[in-house]
Design a protein around this ligand. Structure first.
Ligand code: HEC
Length: 158
């Protein structure tokens, strides 16, 4: 693989990470157990895409088993049952530190479709044969985060 190709993948990954809003976490834990639990779900999602991003950028050595594990864990997180984690009545304004938009419960099919998109983008990462392939699969993966955040995540809490 050429250095230029690797650099290209790294730039794309940096862009994906910058635009998907991964940095939106906070040090304080929600006093609402449901909100705290789904924040943990999202933190786990962020951790695993971070592993893949590090491989794509060449910061972590490519390891087929690690890539597959990260991709499969992402898919598993995307398929978690939503009833407990995304319980009604925990939207932004109603529950401490929640940035979940009320639309999540008004348009449950659209919200489910966004998790489906994350699952599919994660499974597409399974079998990525080298760092460049991981980089190539990062775009759709980051797009799945962004697509949901833009529609269903509310404004930052100051
Ligand atoms: C199906 C929708 C959906 C998808 C897909 C999604 N997110 Fe989220 N994410 C949300 C919502 C909604 C919130 C706000 C939840 C809240 O504050 O209660 C959130 C919050 C977060 C947070 C903040 C967690 C915290 O501790 O406050 C991080 C980090 C995050 N997402 C990362 C990601 C990453 C990385 C991806 C993609 C790999 C992703 N998300 C995919 C809906 C989604």
């Amino acid at each position: 693989m050429s250095y230029g190709k690797l650099l290209g993948a790294g730039t794309a990954v940096a862009l994906v990470i910058a635009t998907a809003g991964f940095a939106g976490s906070h040090a304080v834990k929600s006093s609402n157990a449901t909100v705290a639990a789904r924040h943990n779900q999202m933190q786990m999602v962020g951790y695993h895409i971070g592993v893949l991003g590090a491989v794509a950028k060449g910061e972590m050595a490519y390891d087929a088993a690690m890539v597959e594990a990260a991709a499969k864990n992402l898919a598993a997180l995307a398929t978690m049952e939503r009833a407990t984690l995304w319980a009604e009545g925990t939207e932004q304004g109603a529950a401490d530190l929640s940035r979940a938009k009320a639309e999540i419960w008004q348009e449950p099919d659209a919200f489910a479709a966004k998790f489906k998109a994350l699952e599919e983008a994660s499974l597409a990462m399974v079998g990525a044969a080298d760092a460049a392939a991981v980089g190539a699969a990062m775009g759709p993966l980051g797009g799945a985060c962004k697509g949901c955040h833009e529609q269903f995540r509310g404004p930052k809490i100051e």
